[in-house]
Design a protein around this ligand. Structure first.
Ligand code: NAD
Length: 480
């Protein structure tokens, strides 16, 4: 049989089309030139297409939705390396290997439709059902620190609950976020779902965010990011879930397994170069065990700065905040160029050359130091010596700044665990493990990348993205 070039080309194209529609990785077959699914030039188009999709999707039952979730999990696992590499390349933050682990966690431990429950009240006057119903179109804002994981985690939970989603991702992570939106759409189509049930814009900006937030078809808003975006959503007048900033303190007392505490703290603090909002950001240790803890940290990849080196580091990773009003106190904030960077590169910037084994920079400071007070999101850990456990708790509570986000403790004293938890009131409280145990990594419990402290949903999951609806039948169907 003779086949000419045109016919070969036609054949290849149809195979590619079939493969992509069946959920294959498009970059592998098209070199990334194919139009990404669910990604639009304008926010208006993204909203209109999600609306169209929702009119179909609202009739999908739980079984059909679960089939879609299963496919999203599968594609996430098979493309986790691509997404991890893309996110690090585009944002210049984090660590590829750790980001792969994060995608694995999202794929395996984000709850699906099993999270939705129906409550039945049966009694003398009949039967009442309370069901978890979708909101409709959800507008979601996502961060640069966990861009693809947040898109996938939100998509699983929001679609499981029966919603459509429009994302306005962080502008510095727009390409990898668009890739994740495309992946979700490929999974949805491969599992028999509608086109564009999850959408986004090619170039997200504050303006596209405003259009999304104020659009009448958007019934719920979800913000994962710093204080600015959470405040903006909470003043929108719509139902909003706010997952904001943290500054998690870790306390170590004299009953702890100090060797393990040193190892765990460095593992948590350096995970994805300290980008997770739950990661250890400052440490309060009892003076009697401080030297031992520092030694344990050094055995596990920490570089201890001398006093004279600390100022140099501060001058590098922090910048002055321009005063708003004359007479304002001088204040410092993070230099974003160093967020999520390798410890080795940060050290090189202040003239210290170390090997690959160094993953964390530690230093002893006063409580008032900027390294304690600011959410650095860098593998830098300030250590403050305390005379009593009560003093350590008091400092930890103050350093957490009322974010109600995350706190950590290394101790074998149950009274200490109770007292610290009561005082700090955080959404997540991890004991005797690295911080990532708080989101189900090597621990019990489901995962999320949207931890809603300010609005109280906590470790969000499908049920967080539902509204309760009551269905009442009087004097019937109570069958006893
Ligand atoms: P960021 O606040 O700079 O950006 C988050 C998103 O909000 C982006 O899409 C950004 O464009 C947008 N945004 C920022 N300010 C806005 C405003 N005033 N109006 C409208 N949109 C606005 O956050 P980031 O640097 O990407 O992420 C780091 C921050 O997010 C840290 O503070 C971290 O603790 C927090 N975070 C929290 C969680 C959580 O689950 N609670 C998860 C990840 C990150």
């Amino acid at each position: 049989m003779n086949i000419n070039e045109n016919e070969i080309s036609k054949l290849v194209k149809s195979v590619i089309l079939e493969m992509t529609d069946a959920g294959a990785h498009p970059m592998a077959v098209t070199g990334g030139s194919k139009k990404q699914k669910g990604v639009f030039d304008t926010m208006e188009e993204a909203l209109a297409e999600a609306n169209k999709a929702y009119t179909l999707f609202r009739h999908y039952n739980k079984e059909q939705r679960e089939k879609i979730i299963k496919k999203i999990r599968e594609l996430t696992r098979s493309e986790e390396e691509i997404m991890a590499e893309m996110a690090v390349r585009e944002t210049k933050m984090g660590n590829v290997y750790h980001k792969i682990l994060k995608h694995h966690l999202v794929a395996d431990k984000t709850p699906g439709t099993e999270d939705l429950e129906c409550k039945a009240l049966s009694g003398d006057r009949g039967l009442t059902l309370v069901e978890m119903a979708p909101y409709g179109i959800i507008g979601a804002i996502t961060p640069s620190t966990n861009p693809t994981c947040t898109v996938i985690c939100n998509s699983i939970g929001m679609l499981a609950a029966g919603n459509a989603v429009v994302f306005n991702p962080h502008p510095h992570a727009k390409e990898c976020s668009a890739y994740a939106v495309d992946l979700v759409n490929r999974a949805v189509l491969a599992a028999g779902g509608p086109e564009n049930i999850v959408t986004t814009v090619k170039n997200p900006t504050m303006e596209t965010s405003n259009i999304m937030v104020n659009h009448p078809s958007v019934k719920m808003l979800v913000a994962t990011g710093g204080p600015g975006v959470v405040k903006m959503l909470l003043s929108s007048g719509k139902k909003a879930i706010g997952a904001g900033a943290g500054n998690p303190p870790v306390v170590v007392d004299d009953t702890a397994d100090i060797e393990k505490a040193g190892k765990d703290i460095i593992a948590g603090c350096t995970f994805d170069n300290n980008l997770p909002c739950i990661a250890e950001k400052e440490c309060f240790v009892l003076d009697s065990v401080a030297d031992q803890l520092i030694d344990a940290m050094r055995r596990n990849g920490a570089y201890l700065l001398r006093k004279d080196q600390i100022q140099k580091l501060e001058d590098t990773v922090l910048v002055d905040v321009p005063p708003k009003n004359p007479g304002d106190k001088p204040r410092k904030t993070i230099n974003k160029n160093w967020v999520g960077r390798d410890a080795r590169k940060i050290l090189a910037a202040i003239g210290i050359d170390v090997g690959d084994n160094i993953t964390c920079i530690i230093c002893e400071t006063e409580f008032s130091h900027n390294f304690v007070q600011e959410e650095l999101m860098m593998p830098i850990l300030a250590i403050v010596r305390c005379q009593t456990f009560e003093q350590a708790v008091d400092m930890a509570v103050k350093a957490e700044h009322g974010n109600r986000h995350t706190a950590h403790l290394h101790s074998k004293n149950v009274d200490h665990m109770t007292a610290y938890a009561k005082a700090i009131c955080t959404t997540i409280f991890v004991k005797n493990a690295p911080s990532y145990a708080g989101i189900g990594f090597n621990s019990e419990g489901h995962t999320t990348f949207t931890i809603a402290g300010p609005t109280g949903e906590g470790i969000t999951s499908a049920r967080s993205f539902t509204r309760q609806r009551r269905c009442v039948l009087v004097d019937s169907l109570s069958i006893i």
